[in-house]
Write a protein of this length. Sequence first.
Length: 309
Amino acid sequence: MTATTERPAPLTPAGPPVKAYKTSRSAKRRAKAIASNKPSTLGYVFLVLVILASLFPLYWSFLIGSGDSSTINRQDIDWLPGGNFLSNAAKVVNDPSVNFWKALTNSIIVSTVVSASVVFFSTLAGYAFAKLKFRGNKGLLIFVIATMAVPTQLGIVPLFIAMSQWLGLSGNIMAVILPALVSAFGVFWMTQYLTQTLPDELIEAARVDGASMIRTFWHVGVPASRPAAAMLALFIFIATWTNFFWPFIILDSNNPTLPVALSLLQNNFFIDYSIVLAGVLLSTIPLLILFVVAGKQLVSGIMQGAVKG
């Protein structure tokens, strides 16, 4: 009998340990990336300072608005609010020359209508510029963006002539609403957002399924644009609410918006800044309520759009 020798099997690297090693390395990299993205203590300190600096004008207004007429002229001012804010606010509300409730109603109507109109038309135009191919697309978009470089003051005289003489809307809030129904900034905002977040494949799939252009826009473009539309509505509402220049020119004291009405508090020979700043705070309260009510929806919409994008 002859003895046979068996050859040893070749050594091969084991699969699972290598895979586990790679997984652990990728997990460490992710953990290190997450840890590096966390803000440092210096970052938190900077954010706190920014918040305090942003809140200081509001607190200063409340400090003066809760005092009396001599509070703003004191050398050793007390940094604790006084107890006259409600009485000063009552003077603003009950002042017949201010017409506060009429002005508040006008501001709510103008800001709501303008923000809704700007969001609607900007979404339509942004969808067309971002996803539809037509002749002159680029040039027309550049022209729309270029209009933002023209100062508003240059068009006040012809706008006043058009609203007062041609349309007869002097003193009417429609003279404030009509020129602001469409915004070049809104068109640019929605165009950029839809260009980056809305895939062409979704539009092509909708068209293959037989959807018309309007139906594709309504069922594909509108849901994709909700986060940007929410932020645009907030920006336009605040800008319209605080707009003073054009409403002050075209409106009168019988039918003002809130900034125009509050400016009437400074028409007297002696200006009581405690009453003026109390009125300013009253005009700010609706904006604070808007932020509290719509804040969570805005953040959730932005985060949803970021995850989907």
